[in-house]
Design a protein around this ligand. Structure first.
Ligand code: SF4
Ligand code: SF4
Length: 660
């Protein structure tokens, strides 16, 4: 049925497709260099698991399976064409299996598109914004699938049902066509017409791919392939002493890297990031989906102009500043860096790196940041804690307890440095947690010490709001102290310190074994060093801190510790583990006022209350503070109490909870 003119049209279509794809990919070259090479095996494996098997997409079963069937409805016919037309003809049985698969996938894909159309245009979930293009794309694919099925059925009608193809759906439709009683010649004519329609629809769709949202067929797998394999909690490093650097952070489109621009094109607008964003869910002016889409729209306009300017050798390429024309100030600062968006994005878009890069420019180059941060920066600069409380008060929490200070430590047998962190050192509620940890270390007979006045903020509060300069000063100061004492093992009760010391200090040349107290306690319980005998007959729910769970991957250790406590009844929240909602304190929000929308800590407290708990447990000083505030602000002090896990271990070891 293919004529010379058809070959010309096919070549023309392919030409348009290749030109369009090349034009789109060139847009990413506007960005700066970034090395995403290496780990090819891991990259291919990730591509297979996510791109073909749809691991993340299927985490939402209903839309996930609809997408999978449409994807197979695209892929399988392509494979069949390659196998049967280009490579070789198959033996009977494999050919029959293939035709059966094709038949089933085709009908599943048709049903999926109809359900997707219903979901998009009748149910209308708030996370999906419908553009005319969405309808065009879905209708095009639907038309291709229906004409493909019809063509197969007409072939069966014309050739006769004796052909050995396993095609139950095709045969069913074919039987229906027979009932209509067309003459043989009419059937042949119909087959020819349907073939032509199917053929041109396929070509139009192929040519349309680079100019429509269907381009994600190419950009999303590429983005999955080039995803980051570095530690989840490691932000990109800036060499502040680089004399060639004209600016720091990102102010303009071309200051993003090529991978950050690829991210923008890979976004499928599915809205999963938005659905899990604590800022969006509490009516802040931030939607991670919108942020990516706004940057993408800007790239589609700006990048061709930059390329044009570069081709003409012009120096001043782009005067459009993102923070003045594309992203709103409140939106940039609303992010708590909770990582929920990135953990749920099926195509591995990296939102946080972009947000931090833009914050870096605002802080380092423009001195533009929320007013409350001024005091936090001053406190960090002068006293190495965000409240600016006296550095000499840092070890006041130890009271009369026998806790060795590193500078006075005698002997060479130190097993652990207990890095206390700012909140556990200065905040009255959190000082109790530090004390509980120290008492348990003493009980275990572990040779440990704290740094006391020599400890400084780990730097996380500065780094997450873009003050890389201050972060590096704070980190370097701690590193010098660690190196002076030849520290090899560090224990911390703060997931933010844990992440920074473990995953970010290596960028500055310091490496040590860093352990979070939940893992430490779990180990001690498992090896029998800690036996928790005293029952705590309470109903409790556990809140996963973002920097312990989503960042650190530590979900089970705290739960194992809780399960080791007799009579304690653990009930999980609906949003738990990877889906846990942030407490609202990360990304600098511990030191800023939430003036817009509902407070995130109140929302999270409501999540907890759904489980009817008497107690709430967590494992982070930020979360303890936010829950404590939420409990007080909702007058629930008499019904609810927030604990750090180590305090519960202390109770199960040494004391009766009713006496506390
Ligand atoms: S990191 Fe958290 S707060 Fe920030 S955009 Fe992502 S989901 Fe929203
Ligand atoms: S960034 Fe990812 S999760 Fe968010 S809308 Fe785009 S594809 Fe979906």
């Amino acid at each position: 049925m293919i004529k010379t003119i058809d070959i010309f049209i096919i070549l023309l279509t392919l030409g348009v497709f290749i030109w369009g794809v090349r034009r789109r990919i060139r847009l990413w070259t506007v960005g700066k260099d970034e090395n995403r090479s290496g780990q090819t095996k891991d990259r291919l494996k990730n591509l297979f698991v996510e791109g073909i098997l749809h691991q993340r997409i299927l985490q939402e079963r209903y839309p996930g399976f609809l997408h999978l069937f449409i994807f197979l409805g695209f892929l399988l016919p392509l494979l069949v064409i390659i196998i049967t037309q280009v490579m070789f003809s198959l033996p009977l049985i494999p050919a029959q299996i293939l035709s059966l698969l094709l038949d089933l996938v085709c009908i599943l894909a048709i049903i999926s598109i109809l359900l997707l159309l219903f979901r998009r245009f009748v149910v209308r979930p708030s996370r999906l914004d419908n553009k005319p293009e969405d309808l065009v794309v879905l209708l095009l694919i639907l038309a291709i699938l229906i004409t493909g099925l019809l063509l197969e059925s007409l072939k069966l009608t014309v050739i006769g049902q004796d052909v050995p193809a396993w095609a139950p759906v095709g045969r069913f439709v074919s039987n229906f066509i027979r009932i209509l009683g067309f003459q043989a010649q009419t059937q042949i004519l119909l087959a020819k017409i349907v073939f032509r329609i199917h053929f041109y629809l396929v070509l139009v769709t192929i040519a349309y791919i680079p100019f429509s949202k269907m381009f994600h067929i190419i950009s999303s797998p590429l983005n999955m392939f080039f995803r980051s394999f570095k530690n989840k909690g490691t932000l990109s490093f800036i060499d502040l002493e680089d004399e060639n650097a004209e600016t720091f952070g990102v102010a303009k489109l071309e200051e993003f890297t090529w991978k950050q621009l690829l991210d923008l094109d890979a976004c499928t607008q599915c809205g999963r990031c938005q659905d899990h964003c604590p800022a969006f869910l509490t009516e802040k002016p931030l939607s991670p989906k919108k942020l990516i889409q706004d940057l993408k729209d800007h790239m589609l306009i700006q990048a061709p102009q930059i390329l044009q300017s570069r081709a003409e050798g012009k120096q001043k390429e782009n005067q459009v500043e993102l923070m003045k024309s594309v992203i709103e100030e409140d939106s940039l600062w609303a992010c708590t860096t909770c990582r929920s968006c990135m953990e749920h994005c099926p195509v591995y878009v990296e939102h946080i790196d972009k947000i931090i890069d833009m914050r870096r420019h605002q802080v380092l180059m423009e001195s533009q940041f929320p007013a409350e941060l001024t005091a936090a920066f001053k406190g960090l600069e002068r006293h190495s804690n965000p409240w600016g409380l006296g550095h000499d008060m840092r070890a006041d929490w130890i009271h009369e307890l026998d806790i060795p200070i590193m500078s006075e430590y005698q002997g060479e047998d130190l097993e652990l440095l207990f890095f206390v962190g700012c909140i556990r050192s200065y905040d009255d509620r959190n000082k109790k947690v530090a004390l509980a940890m120290a008492k348990i270390l003493n009980h275990l007979g572990i040779k440990f010490a704290i740094l006391g006045m020599e400890e400084g903020c780990c730097g996380d509060p500065a780094r997450r709001v873009g003050n890389e300069y201050l972060y590096q000063i704070l980190a370097q100061t701690n590193i010098e102290t660690f190196e002076r004492y030849k520290i090899k093992n560090i224990l911390t009760t703060c997931p933010h310190c844990y992440n920074t010391l473990k995953n970010e200090y290596p960028q500055l040349g310091f490496q040590a074994e860093v352990i979070h107290h939940t893992t430490f306690l779990e180990d001690q319980i498992k090896k029998g060093a800690l036996t928790l005998n005293l029952p705590l007959s309470k109903k409790l729910t556990y809140h996963d801190p973002c920097y312990l769970g989503r960042y650190g991957g530590i979900f089970e250790s705290p739960r194992e510790v809780l399960r080791s406590i007799p009579s304690l009844q653990l009930n999980e929240m609906t949003r738990t583990k990877r889906d846990s909602l942030c407490c609202g304190a990360g990304g600098g929000w511990m030191w800023m006022d939430e003036k817009i929308g509902k407070r995130i800590n109140i929302q999270r407290l409501e999540d907890a209350i759904e489980t009817h708990p008497e107690w709430i447990a967590t494992a982070c000083p930020f979360c303890v503070t936010m829950f404590d505030d939420a409990i007080k602000n909702t007058n629930r002090e008499n019904e609810l109490k927030i604990w750090d896990i180590v305090e519960l271990v202390q109770l199960a070891l040494f004391g009766n909870p009713d006496s506390t």
